[in-house]
Design a protein around this ligand. Structure first.
Ligand code: BES
Ligand code: ZN
Ligand code: MN
Length: 530
């Protein structure tokens, strides 16, 4: 798709002209102009209640003298609630509205969007992450960055909205996206066009990473075993200039990664640890960090001997989402800033029952030497992550760690599909991550690592156990991981946000690409206060 950023006066003919409608400003300046050029279409449709500005409420009508064949009005909700995530979803919904249509060229009117992004009430303006008090205010965008951010997130949304499983996927269930070959974004006269075009390039690279994360995570387990992830990762690394190391089961055995191996024992598909690295070996990034991102790559989670009930077990092919997110995040970073030091580690394994599977009550020695009683083989994510986190510290000298996992069903019940849970050992890094996430258009919320519950992890035959009673089980999943880190660390539990159980106007069902972009922001320094 060719992306053109043009000042208002210069816009060329498009198939469909897309304009946002804000529910609290139905007479916005950009709409008055669209209304006039379209021959009063906006006013006429507003008069009968067809155009309301309600989120994703859309109407396709005639374009009149607008430089297009058709006009698509898409509701964007109230301006005060309009931040990066809302913009990206708006653009994706507009694109999905055209699915199945023969449209090859669209023009998106960004003028009203730029105004809306900067019009957020001052009280709500504190940049996301830090303001855990009053609730989830829309993130604000400074006036200087508004045009660049608008273009960036429109591009991301249009690419997101064009996502499709394609041939071999479920192409018969959802109609194919419109075959867009040109996306024109119209900005106000006087906009810094070079900056906006840079935003478009950034958006395109990031959206490509999200798209690949979604596609790759959606693979069924029969087509994507642990070594399949390794192969894909090696290809990606070659394409973007990262180093790839695959640590095989044999090497893991020699090394003593007892927890990762224990989870893989029941499967014929052997586990592995995939490491992608950028920059000179041992180098620190411009923020003085050796950041390592660690992902849970359970290609399928049956629960093992602690077998899961059959209902929705097929969703557990998505239990590798964290691993894919870190691998793709590293690839995206390598494209945005070639040579930037970064590590991604994917702990890949299949959790199966079987004659050789780990039993409840088995005791294993972790890579860091701690003895762990596996009381529940379904709490496997923390086992594989514990070994991978320690590996990152010991073998890669990581100074900062972030791990990503579809770790607990509780994170989904408690926070749902829109908010992911975090915890960590370092307030500064947590804060940095939360700010990076808001700038990425994602929502995370922290839970406390309360030491009072450490005793609930105690085992009588080992240093501690991997599971236990229901009490504070989310907190204990974090406390367990903490046993394997000594440097600043943040944990992301994306069990709720990793995949969608049903389609929305802005995305189909399946993997969401969660965490990819927040990780990219974190790695690129986007969590640093400006
Ligand atoms: N992969 C699951 C968590 C999960 C559940 C992700 C539902 C997405 C949707 C994880 O390995 C798991 O089974 N967790 C257990 C932990 C428990 C045994 C302590 C859970 O949440 O029930
Ligand atoms: Zn799992
Ligand atoms: Mn499990």
């Amino acid at each position: 798709m060719r992306i053109i950023v043009t000042a208002k006066s210069a816009s060329a003919n498009a198939g469909v002209f897309v304009a946002p409608v804000f529910s609290d400003q139905l007479d916005a300046p950009h709409l008055s102009e669209v209304d006039a050029k379209s021959g009063g279409r906006v006013a006429a449709l507003r008069a009968i209640g067809e155009v309301t500005g309600g989120r994703y409420v859309s109407v396709l009508t005639s374009a009149g003298r607008l430089p297009a064949d058709h006009l698509l009005l898409v509701g964007a909700g109230a301006r005060a609630d309009f931040g990066r995530q809302e913009l990206q979803r708006w653009a994706a919904a507009a694109t999905r509205r055209l699915a199945g249509r023969r449209v090859i060229r669209i023009a998106v009117d960004a003028t009203g969007i730029i105004a809306a992004l900067t019009s957020t009430a001052p009280a709500l303006r504190a940049e996301g992450g830090a303001s855990f008090g009053p609730g989830l205010a829309a993130d604000s965008v400074g006036p200087r960055d508004a045009a660049i951010t608008a273009v960036d997130f429109i591009v991301r949304g249009v690419i997101d909205g064009s996502f499709h499983e394609g041939v071999g996927g479920k192409s018969v269930i959802e109609s194919k996206p419109a075959p867009l070959s040109v996306l024109e974004i119209i900005v106000p006269n006087g906009t810094d066009l070079a900056g906006a075009r840079e935003g478009a390039r950034r958006g395109e690279i990031i959206a490509g990473g999200v798209e690949r994360t979604r596609r790759w995570s959606n693979y069924p387990a029969n087509e994507m075993p642990p070594l399949g992830i390794a192969e894909e990762a090696r290809d990606r690394a070659r394409a973007v200039g990262l180093r790839a190391t695959i640590i095989t089961a044999t090497q893991l055995k020699r090394m003593g990664a007892g927890m990762l191996l224990a989870v893989g024992k029941g499967s014929k598909n052997p586990p592995c640890l995939v490491v992608l690295s950028g920059g000179k070996p041992g180098a620190k990034d411009p923020l003085g960090r050796r950041l390592a991102m660690v992902g849970k790559g359970v290609c399928f989670d049956t629960g093992g001997i602690s077998l899961k009930p059959p209902a929705e077990m097929e969703e557990m092919k998505h239990d590798k989402n964290g691993a894919i997110a870190v691998l793709e995040a590293a690839a995206t970073v390598a494209q945005l800033d070639p040579g930037r030091p970064i590590h991604a580690l994917a702990a890949c394994v299949e959790n199966m029952p079987g004659g050789n599977a780990t039993r409840p009550g088995d005791v294993v020695t972790a890579l860091n030497g701690k003895r762990v009683e596996i009381t529940n083989t379904d709490a496997e994510g923390r086992l594989i992550l514990g070994d991978a986190l320690h590996y990152a510290e010991r073998e890669l000298s990581a100074t900062h760690l972030v791990d990503v996992a579809t770790l607990t069903g509780i994170a989904y019940s408690a926070f749902g599909g829109e908010v992911a849970a975090t915890c960590g050992t370092d307030a500064a890094l947590l804060d940095e991550f939360h700010l990076a996430a808001r700038r990425a258009g994602e929502v995370y919320w922290p839970y406390p690592l309360a030491d009072a519950y450490v005793k609930n992890m105690s085992a009588w035959s080992a240093d501690f156990q991997n599971s236990g009673s229901r009490e504070a089980s989310l907190i204990r999943s974090g406390l367990f991981l903490r046993e394997f880190v000594t440097v600043p660390w943040v944990h992301l539990d994306i069990a709720g946000t990793a995949y969608r159980r049903s389609a929305t106007p802005f995305a189909g069902r399946g993997s969401t690409g969660a965490a990819h972009t927040s990780l990219v922001e974190l790695a690129m320094g986007g969590g640093v206060r400006r």
